[in-house]
Design a protein around this ligand. Structure first.
Ligand SMILES: C[S@@+](CC[C@H](N)C(=O)[O-])C[C@H]1O[C@@H](n2cnc3c(N)ncnc32)[C@H](O)[C@@H]1O
Length: 244
C-alpha cells in the first residue's frame, strides 16, 4: 500500500495550493537570508523543495543551492523552469539523504514539510539526517505548523471552485495529527487525496532536534518576525548543529 505523501504531491497538489505562490516564497527567502545571515559561500540544501519556488529564488540571487524531493512530478517543474540556473534537483526520501556527511552549511525545510510519518522514529530520522549532512556549526531552518493554532483555527470543511475544478477539503484532528481529506472533481472525474501531519509541540521539537545534535537558537511565529508563542500562526525554528 502506498503512503499518502507518495500520492498527494502530484499535479493536483499544484491546483490545491495554487495560492502558495512564488511571491510568498520571495518574501520568505528574503527573511531567511537576513535571519540566518546567509552568505554566497554557503552551500544550501532545500529539503523537500517541491517545484523549487524557494530554491530557484535563492539561485536567482546568486546563492549556491540544491533541491531534493520525493515527488518526480514536482521536481520536473523545478527542472524545467525557464530560468533554473543549472540548479541540481535530486530525487530522494528525506529519511535517507543521498549525501555524504558534513556536506552543507545550511539545510532548509519549508512550508510544513515535516511530520509526515506516523512513526515518531521516522520523523526523528529526518532530523538525524539533516544533522548528518550539515557541517559542524551548520545551520538549519524549519518552517512548520504550530499545533495549538491548527487546533484552535481548524475549519472542518471548505470548498471552492478553481476554474472548471471543484475542490473540497475536510480537516480533522486525530490524536497528535492533523488530517486533511481532499476531493477534486473536474471533467476527468473525481480524485481523493490525504494529508496526514504529526503536530509536535515546541518542547517535543527541541527534544527531537537535540537528540539529532541540533539546537534551536530562535523560534519565530510567522515570516514577519514575531517571536514564537503557543498561539502563533507558525512554528519557525532556526539553529545550528552542535559540535560535540
Ligand atoms: C508542503 S510541500 C512543500 C514544498 C516546498 N517546500 C514549497 O514550499 O513549495 C511538501 C513537499 O515534501 C515532499 N515530500 C513528501 N514526502 C517526502 C519524503 N518522504 N521525502 C522527501 N520529500 C518528500 C513533497 O513531494 C512536497 O514537495
Amino acid at each position: 500500500m502506498s503512503h499518502w505523501y507518495e500520492k498527494s504531491f502530484g499535479e493536483d497538489y499544484l491546483l490545491v495550493y495554487k495560492h502558495r505562490s512564488k511571491q510568498d516564497a520571495s518574501f520568505e527567502v528574503s527573511q531567511i537570508i537576513e535571519w540566518i545571515n546567509l552568505t554566497k559561500e554557503d552551500f544550501i540544501l532545500d529539503l523537500c523543495c517541491g517545484t523549487g519556488r524557494h530554491t530557484l529564488n535563492f539561485a536567482n540571487q546568486g546563492y549556491n543551492i540544491m533541491g531534493m524531493d520525493l515527488s518526480e512530478v514536482l521536481l520536473s517543474y523545478a527542472v524545467h523552469e525557464r530560468d533554473n540556473h543549472g540548479v541540481p534537483f535530486i530525487h530522494g526520501d528525506m529519511r535517507h539523504l543521498p549525501f555524504v556527511a558534513n556536506s552543507f552549511d545550511v539545510v532548509l525545510n519549508l512550508f510544513t514539510s515535516f511530520g509526515y510519518f506516523q512513526c515518531d522514529g521516522d520523523n526523528q530520522k529526518v532530523l538525524t539526517e539533516m544533522a548528518r549532512v550539515l557541517k559542524p556549526n551548520g545551520r538549519f531552518f524549519i518552517d512548520y505548523l504550530n499545533r495549538d493554532a491548527v487546533i484552535d483555527n481548524l475549519v472542518p470543511e471548505s470548498s471552492r471552485q478553481e476554474g472548471e475544478t471543484y475542490i473540497k477539503e475536510k480537516r480533522r484532528i486525530e490524536g497528535n495529527s492533523v488530517i486533511k481529506d481532499i476531493t477534486i472533481v473536474d471533467h476527468k472525474g473525481q480524485r481523493e487525496y490525504l494529508e496526514h501531519v504529526k503536530m509536535y509541540t515546541i518542547d517535543q521539537m527541541k527534544e527531537m532536534l537535540d537528540k539529532a545534535g541540533l539546537t534551536i537558537e530562535h523560534a519565530f511565529g510567522n515570516f514577519s518576525g514575531a517571536s514564537y508563542s503557543v498561539d502563533s500562526e507558525r512554528m519557525i525554528m532556526m539553529g545550528s548543529k552542535q559540535t560535540r
